[in-house]
Design a protein around this ligand. Structure first.
Ligand SMILES: CC(C)(COP(=O)(O)OP(=O)(O)OC[C@H]1O[C@@H](n2cnc3c(N)ncnc32)[C@H](O)[C@@H]1OP(=O)(O)O)[C@@H](O)C(=O)NCCC(=O)NCCS
Length: 191
C-alpha cells in the first residue's frame, strides 16, 4: 500500500529491512547503551544539529523514536542499523515523509566510527530509498548535509542523488550557522 492508494492507516514499511550485511529494525529501550556509544561522540556530531548527547539525551532520543513508531499513520521511520550475523547495533538511519501532498521524503544516517569506511552507510541509505519509493510510494527523496561533511555528501552521490542546491548559512550546526548541500533523487531515477 502506498500514498497513491491512501488508506486510513497510511503507507507502511515492512520491517525489518534487510540488506546483504545489515538488518534495520525499530529501536527499543534496551538499545540505550549501543545508541549512546555513538551519539555521545564529538566526531559523530561534528556536522550534526544534535549531540554529543548526554545519557539522558540519548534516552530521550530513543523515547522519541518509540513514540514515532506508534503514530498512525506513521510518517517517521528512524531505524536501528544492526550488523549481521550477531545483529550488533552500529548506528541509526531513517526515512520520513516531510510533505505528504507532494510525496516527498527525507533520509538521514549515522554510524559508530568503528564501522565507517566499509560502505555500510551507502547500504543502509540505499535500503531507505528503496523503502521510501516502493513501500511508501514517495516520488522524491531529499537529504542535506553540512558542506564540510565530505563523507555524507559522498554517500548521497554514491546513491545516485543529485546535488540540487548549496545553501548559505541555512542551519545551526554545533552552535554555528553552517552552509549546507541539498541532494535529491526521484522515484524514476532510482534503480
Ligand atoms: C556519513 C557517514 C554515515 C558515512 O558512513 P560510512 O559507512 O563511512 O560511509 P561509506 O563507507 O558507505 O562510504 C561512502 C563514501 O564516502 C566516502 N567517504 C567516507 N568518509 C569520507 C571522508 N571523510 N572524506 C571523503 N569521503 C569519505 C567513502 O570513500 C565512500 O565513497 P567511495 O565508495 O567512492 O569510496 C559517517 O561518516 C557518519 O556516521 N558520520 C557522522 C554522522 C553524520 O555526519 N551523518 C550524516 C548527516 S548529514
Amino acid at each position: 500500500m502506498n500514498l497513491r492508494g491512501r488508506t486510513r492507516r497510511g503507507p507502511e514499511i515492512d520491517l525489518p529491512l534487510e540488506t546483504p550485511r545489515l538488518i534495520m529494525r525499530d529501536f527499543k529501550k534496551s538499545d540505550l547503551k549501543a545508541v549512546h556509544a555513538y551519539s555521545s561522540l564529538e566526531e559523530v556530531s561534528r556536522f550534526l544539529v544534535w549531540g554529543p548527547n548526554t545519557l539522558a539525551q540519548s534516552r530521550e532520543a530513543i523515547e522519541g523514536f518509540i513514540e514515532d513508531q506508534r503514530a498512525s499513520p506513521r510518517e517517521i521511520f528512524d531505524l536501528a542499523v544492526t550488523l549481521k550475523p550477531k545483529r550488533v547495533l552500529i548506528g541509526g538511519a531513517g526515512v520520513r515523509i516531510i510533505d505528504r501532498d507532494n510525496l516527498t521524503g527525507e533520509i538521514g544516517y549515522t554510524l559508530h566510527p568503528d564501522f565507517w569506511g566499509y560502505g555500510l552507510a551507502v547500504e543502509a541509505a540505499g535500503a531507505l530509498l528503496e523503502a521510501g519509493f516502493h513501500a511508501l510510494g514517495l516520488q522524491r527523496i531529499v537529504a542535506t548535509c553540512d558542506q564540510r561533511n565530505k563523507a555524507s555528501a559522498r554517500v548521497m552521490e554514491r546513491l545516485g542523488m543529485r546535488r540540487e542546491g548549496a545553501f548559505r548559512a541555512s542551519k545551526v550546526i554545533q552552535g554555528h550557522w553552517r552552509d549546507e548541500f541539498f541532494y535529491a533523487i526521484l522515484a524514476e531515477e532510482f534503480s
